[in-house]
Design a binder for this molecule. Sequence first.
Ligand code: SF4
Length: 259
Amino acid sequence: MRCHPKNDSFGFLTLDEVRRRLAESVAWGVKEYYFTGGEPFLNPDLVPMLEATLKYGPATVLTNGTVWKPAWLQRLQAAEAASLYSLEFRVSIDGFSPETNDPIRGEGTFCRALEGIVKLVEHGFLPIITAARTWPEEQEPHVVGEFVRMLHDAGYRRPRLKILPLLRLGAEEQRTCGYLDSERVTPEMMDGYDRSQLICEHSRTVTDRGVAVCPILIESHDALLGQSLAEAAKPYPLQHGACFTCYQYGAICANPSAR
Ligand code: SF4
């Protein structure tokens, strides 16, 4: 579910809407729920939304880690303890230091995100730290080592790290010129390919404007598939450059492991 995107083209989901969608999801056998944005914690109803969701299944929030309050974390800690299901936090940082993160995510964001991670750990959560791969692949062992060291030093003893491929969309499209016309998934490429790796194969994204194919293409003109999960349960042609990245890397939106 998409609670508050970065631009003004989508609005907040309401608590009533989330409750309605949760009830709707039961018939579809939905096994887990993700909340993303923009920054989902800017939605004043996110905490009750997560409390409601934990009655249905595991929930994950994708956040920049900078805006929550200790009282919210205490409520969420209690909600998870009372639930059969887990609550996961995914915190985005794109570098292991202010020098490597802030040029990408904004001045001061590294320190604020790290403070948020420490608060989560203090409340008993094991956040998944996600970073988009903005470095050459041969530097991966060094960069991952630096992330782990930084998180250890901050007191996060069992850090979970997910490195994401860079999607050439939005600001990255401007920076890199986006995808070449040749970078598209063809029918031949899908021969023998395990489609279950693609999140659009088994999930949909609820927004205040309807149900979209996936969170990656949310701004695309053809992403909105209908107003209900039933209307949106149709095949989607993998015709965007971003689909090429999904094809190469598989389940880029899923958690690395679920409890
Ligand atoms: S970007 Fe394309 S392949 Fe990836 S989840 Fe969305 S529709 Fe599917």
